[in-house]
Design a protein around this ligand. Structure first.
Ligand code: NOJ
Length: 563
């Protein structure tokens, strides 16, 4: 790869080029954020219209999930064309207007890039299907002959992430690999044209002013498909994290990101990137290396129960892994792929196995086990304040600032997620966290769609109480808590972190420079707060007692911190 000589190499005049090291980033799932033209699908003009809201929330950046042309076989993560906008979401001009409006409000823009697979409607895949076996067009993907009589069996027994075989047969009898849905054929990253074309795509968006990229399935691009293909039973398990798996987290993947880094550094300031790398925590730092993508999501808290020990060990492990100062640390409680954290924490048994519980709850259409909505919301607020007090960047998912719960009772006929169909209903999928968000308390659509548009996923009646307009007039609302926390964090955040020893193991207490302390009570009883001014709390503090399932931020005078 040669760098474009017309662009400066890494040398920046932007004093704030490391903004992403301690940013609050708000994830927009655009089809469910705001619908400006009343067709029931959120769009880019909808985002532009809501820039004042994003500014009032105080976020540093937005990450926008895919807005590319797509048949929506996987919520837009099946991309037909990487350098275009889905006409239902707008035009390139709308995109430029959106970026200008966000930048005008001081908000950076991160977009999603999906390099592991295209959609089956991508031009390359049409060419591959039209071309013969062993052609260059097929070689952009991963085609193999089958096994068994007349090659009628897949090349291996591998299963896709969404259930079902990872291979699909085409008309001439060959099979192609898709680690996700059949509509998402995996690319062959050994093909020079694939590598080159993605560099063109990165420059296309960086030239349009995009500040960074969220890299989908970053751990999947490099594959070793040397035959014979190992059967699933012989593949290394997740604990054997040594780069030997043929499909995931291979060391060669970092050669690709080193090329990408050269492109990012052509810009002033350099573009940032964050990896979605579902890898063993001991290997995550490779994706966050400054010569590669620079930052990687840490999903440990998504998996953790509502439990002080689990939170403590997630924090310790991650801070140890990123080193000091914790410039590449990231914290995530919710996103478009998981049951919302307010719901996870409100299910009985949330102190042990939140993920399994939440899946069972979804399969019962949100009926069993009974969800304690108030408890979940209380804990969600406490967890959010805790993560916002940590060093590094925090990624928020749209609607969590409204205290939204998962919509558990979506009927089967409206479900869009391939997980549901592919697993034959054994998993309900991710639609429940992707329901269009409520802006006003009035139906239809709670202000999501302009006019009388019908949202592409039905909203429940209880959304009214969670709407932006209802919460803006309530000083004790979740929205106001987020606004206050984000504003205060911006003032208090600086490098440094230390645990404060607590005799109660169900209390987490840490200190930050400048006298900032954060205390979270995971126990069933109130606990006494340390001296200092309570500047924010997720639940009322009375007589300096922090109630159960709550977090308080305390400010003590300089010099008396416990660093
Ligand atoms: C991760 C994305 O977050 C998820 O929504 C998508 O289904 C898969 N990657 C496949 O692209």
């Amino acid at each position: 790869m040669t760098a474009n000589p017309a662009r400066p190499t890494r040398k920046t005049t932007d004093m704030n080029s490391d903004w992403w090291t301690d940013a609050v980033v708000y994830q927009i799932y655009p089809r469910s954020f705001a619908d400006s033209d009343g067709d029931g699908i959120g769009d880019l003009r909808g985002v532009t219209a809501r820039v004042p809201y994003l500014a009032s929330l105080g976020v540093d950046a937005v990450w926008i999930s895919p807005f590319y042309p797509s048949a929506l076989a996987d919520g837009g993560y099946d991309v037909d064309d990487y350098r275009a906008i889905d006409p239902r979401l707008g035009t390139l001009e709308d995109f430029d207007d959106m970026v200008e409006a966000l930048h005008g409000a001081g908000i950076r823009v991160i977009i999603d890039i999906v390099p592991n697979h295209t959609s089956n409607r991508h031009r390359w895949f049409s060419e591959a299907l039209a071309a013969p076996k062993d052609s260059a067009a097929r070689d952009r993907y991963i085609f193999r002959d089958g096994t068994g009589p007349a090659g009628s069996q897949p090349p291996s027994d591998w299963q896709s992430i969404f259930s079902g075989p990872a291979w699909t047969r085409v008309a001439d009898g060959q099979w192609y690999l898709h680690l996700f849905a059949p509509e998402q054929p995996d690319l062959n990253w050994r093909h020079p044209e694939v590598r080159q074309d993605f560099l063109t795509t990165l420059r296309f968006w960086a030239d349009r002013g995009v500040d960074g990229f969220r890299v989908d399935v970053a751990h999947g691009l490099a594959k070793d498909l040397t035959e014979p293909l190992a059967p699933t039973a012989h593949l290394p398990g997740p604990a054997e994290a040594n780069g030997t798996h043929p499909l995931w987290d291979r060391d060669e993947v970092h050669d690709i990101y080193a090329e990408w880094r050269t492109v990012f550094n052509e810009y002033d300031p350099p573009r940032m990137a964050v990896a979605e790398a579902c890898v063993h925590p001991t290997r995550r730092h490779r994706y966050a290396h400054p010569d590669g993508l620079g930052q990687a999501f840490n999903f440990d808290l998504l998996e953790a129960a509502w439990d002080a020990d689990q939170f403590r060990s997630c924090i310790d492990r991650h801070l140890c892994e990123v080193g000091s100062p914790a410039t590449t640390a990231t914290w995530v409680l919710s996103n478009h792929d998981v049951v919302r954290h307010a719901t996870r924490y409100g299910l009985p048994g949330a102190e042990k196995q939140p993920r399994d519980l939440a899946n069972a709850w979804l399969l019962s259409n949100g009926d069993q086990p009974p969800l304690d909505r108030a408890l979940g919301l209380r804990r969600a607020g406490a967890a959010t304040l805790l993560t916002l007090a940590l060093p590094g960047s925090v990624y928020l998912y749209q609607g969590e600032e409204l205290g939204l719960h998962e919509v558990g009772d979506l009927p089967a006929e409206v479900l869009q997620d391939p997980e549901f169909r592919r697993s034959h209903g054994a998993r309900k999928g991710r639609d429940g966290c992707r329901v269009p968000i409520p802006w006003t308390a009035e139906e239809p659509s709670f202000g999501f769609s302009d006019g009388t548009g019908t949202p592409h996923l039905p909203q429940p009646g209880w959304f009214a109480n969670h709407s932006v307009s209802a919460q803006e007039v309530d000083p004790d609302s979740t929205l106001e808590l987020y606004r206050r926390a984000i504003a205060l964090r911006a003032k208090l955040q600086s490098p440094g972190f230390g645990w404060h020893h607590e005799s109660n193991p169900r209390v987490l207490h840490f200190t930050r420079p400048g006298g900032w302390q954060c205390v979270t009570n995971f126990s069933p009883d109130p606990v006494a707060l340390p001296p200092g001014t309570v500047v924010l709390s997720s639940a009322p503090v009375v007589y300096r007692q922090l109630p159960p399932d709550a977090t308080a931020w305390i400010l003590i005078s300089e010099g008396s911190t416990h660093e």
